[in-house]
Ligand binder design. Structure first.
Ligand SMILES: *[C@@H]1O[C@H](CO)[C@@H](O)[C@H](O)[C@H]1NC(C)=O
Ligand SMILES: *[C@@H]1O[C@H](CO)[C@@H](O)[C@H](O)[C@H]1NC(C)=O
Ligand SMILES: *[C@@H]1O[C@H](CO)[C@@H](O)[C@H](O)[C@H]1NC(C)=O
Ligand SMILES: *[C@@H]1O[C@H](CO)[C@@H](O)[C@H](O)[C@H]1NC(C)=O
Ligand SMILES: *[C@@H]1O[C@H](CO)[C@@H](O)[C@H](O)[C@H]1NC(C)=O
Ligand SMILES: *[C@@H]1O[C@H](CO)[C@@H](O)[C@H](O)[C@H]1NC(C)=O
Ligand SMILES: *[C@@H]1O[C@H](CO)[C@@H](O)[C@H](O)[C@H]1NC(C)=O
Ligand SMILES: *[C@@H]1O[C@H](CO)[C@@H](O)[C@H](O)[C@H]1NC(C)=O
Ligand SMILES: *[C@@H]1O[C@H](CO)[C@@H](O)[C@H](O)[C@H]1NC(C)=O
Length: 449
């Protein structure tokens, strides 16, 4: 007991050296927080009957320290914005609260848009800036909003403000983010820091020696998206209800989720992972489950591929075909979302993501941010391993072959960080060294291209 108190006090003192950062203040005013034990909670549940949705929810990984920080942030945000918008208060444009603004790229799918939001929020808490989202105009249709983060509410006041980009797609301030001081004198001259990216850009910040201790004292390194999204990107009850009904009606004792992405595989050229490979992977996972009722949930990005996969599964399961339920939720994947040309509707995409996240094992497409987002939302704190990833191997310059395959299990569950390889290739040696202090740096380079 005494030892624990001593540890807490020491870390508070260490942190107190660095002024002006939101997490400092939070930790100082919440000193009773115990060390995080999310990772040591090794309660592997022995599934002997199908878990209904509410039981699965009980197993959800929880992040009480992050949740407390989030609640605290909401209060601060509300207070500050109310003051800012109070007509009787004269706004001093030289003294506006500093902000992080994530510019949502609506032509991208959710797999790219949501990770950028989560990381923007992480930036805002470590830099003690307010968090806003610009351009995600239908956010309220899908997600609960605990505070008004619509940039439109306050943007006018910032007409004359200085701004700069932290991330503008592949022009990223990696060196600054990986090892710099995001509140240094120069950065402080910018009221607005923009984040405009389709990448999961939390990873370099987690390596930054100025912030890594605080961040990992609040959120486990391998659950950053999971923790933040449970609050900031909480799915609306009317959508969650659909997911709940679906799971209660369809899930068995062991549930495999398969996500196949074929249409937009821009990151790996014209790569087509043969559907047979996904089918074989599911078959392998079913070894030893003969006495269980298995459900295979299938999410694909077009109807034809889904039909091929379902047929392949039915035909290859042999005697297990009878006890295996093969299901899907989205009906017409040939509908194209006019925004960005993604398949299906956005609400169906959110339902698919959510159902996938409640499966026991995932078989996903290499390089698909949607696939990795589904596993990053994984409901349970254990296992620590991530999804099974199927990828084809090149026979020659442009030929991918069916019988040369990599099937691997990802090291853990976090979204895709496409630029991790560019970061490792193009940055200066010191930045690379620091980036590699993130214990999961290898994961970021294995999961995408
Ligand atoms: C799971 O439950 C079954 C039946 O109750 C039991 O035989 C088996 O040993 C359990 N396995 C583990 C790993 O607890
Ligand atoms: C493991 O998790 C189950 C379901 O959440 C719970 O009922 C049980 O008490 C837990 N066991 C331990 C040892 O924590
Ligand atoms: C606006 O500010 C004034 C002066 O500080 C205060 O009296 C008033 O209650 C505030 N109004 C609102 C709506 O917060
Ligand atoms: C869920 O409710 C929101 C309003 O809170 C609405 O905009 C949205 O269309 C609803 N979605 C569905 C699938 O019913
Ligand atoms: C913050 O403001 C939102 C409205 O933007 C409101 O719904 C919410 O209850 C407020 N929360 C707190 C903790 O003040
Ligand atoms: C800020 O700019 C917008 C359009 O660019 C304008 O409509 C608005 O009145 C300006 N606001 C202020 C406070 O100057
Ligand atoms: C970051 O810069 C600010 C000055 O703008 C300074 O007060 C703070 O101590 C610096 N933090 C670190 C970790 O160097
Ligand atoms: C498996 O499913 C079948 C048919 O749906 C059902 O009759 C059987 O009781 C289930 N077995 C278990 C162990 O739940
Ligand atoms: C497998 O089961 C499905 C029904 O669940 C049935 O439609 C299909 O014909 C079966 N296929 C084989 C090869 O047994």
């Amino acid at each position: 007991m005494k030892l624990q108190i001593a540890i807490v006090i020491t870390s508070v003192m260490l942190i107190a050296n660095l002024a002006g950062i939101y997490i400092d203040v939070f930790i100082k005013t919440n000193p009773v927080i115990s060390p995080n034990n999310d990772l040591s909670d090794k309660n592997t549940t022995n599934i002997t009957q199908p878990l209904i949705f509410s039981e699965k929810e009980k197993q959800r990984a929880r992040f009480p320290k992050f949740d407390a920080l989030y609640e605290d942030y909401i209060k601060k945000h509300n207070r500050t914005v109310a003051k800012l918008l109070n007509q009787t208060t004269k706004v001093n444009s030289a003294k506006l609260p500093k902000v992080i603004v994530v510019q949502s790229l609506m032509y991208l799918g959710l797999g790219n848009r949501l990770p950028a939001l989560a990381c923007g929020f992480l930036y805002s808490i470590v830099t003690d800036r307010l968090f806003f989202i610009d351009g995600f105009y239908n956010f309220d249709e899908y997600f609960e909003k605990d505070f008004d983060h619509d940039w439109k509410s306050v943007a006018n006041l910032y007409n004359n403000s200085r701004s700069r980009y932290l991330h503008d797609n592949n022009q990223n301030a990696f060196q600054l983010i990986t090892r710099g001081n995001l509140s240094n004198e120069e950065i402080n001259t910018y009221d607005i820091l923009f984040v405009r990216t389709w990448d999961y850009v939390c990873a370099p910040l987690i390596s930054n020696p100025n912030y890594k201790e605080w961040i990992s004292s609040i959120i486990p390194n391998n659950k950053v998206y999971n923790a933040i999204s449970q609050k900031l990107l909480r799915i609306k009850p009317n959508i969650t209800e659909k997911v709940e009904t679906f799971i209660n009606n369809n899930f068995g004792e062991y549930n495999i989720g398969i996500h196949i992405r074929m249409i937009k595989n821009m990151m790996i050229g014209n790569t087509i992972t043969p559907i047979e490979n996904f089918c074989s992977a599911a078959k392998m996972l079913m070894i030893g489950t003969e006495k269980k009722n298995v459900t295979i949930f299938v999410a694909t990005d077009n109807n034809n591929n889904r039909d091929i996969l379902i047929n392949c599964l039915h035909n290859s399961l042999g005697s297990m075909n009878d006890s295996t339920k093969i299901i899907h939720a989205s009906n017409d994947m040939d509908v194209i979302n006019p925004i960005g040309g993604n398949p299906g509707t956005e609400v169906e995409a959110i339902v698919d993501l959510s159902i996938l996240s409640y499966c026991d094992d995932l078989v996903v497409t290499f390089g698909s941010s949607f696939s990795f987002l589904a596993s990053a939302m994984f409901y349970k704190s254990l296992p620590l391993w991530g999804p099974y990833v199927v990828m084809p191997v090149k026979n020659n310059e442009d030929d991918f072959v069916i019988d040369k395959i990599w099937l691997w299990k990802a090291t853990f569950n976090e979204p895709c960080m496409y630029f991790s390889k560019a970061l490792l290739k193009e940055s200066d040696p010191e930045t690379i060294e620091v980036f590699k202090t993130n214990p999961f740096w290898m994961y970021y380079s294995e999961e995408c291209t």
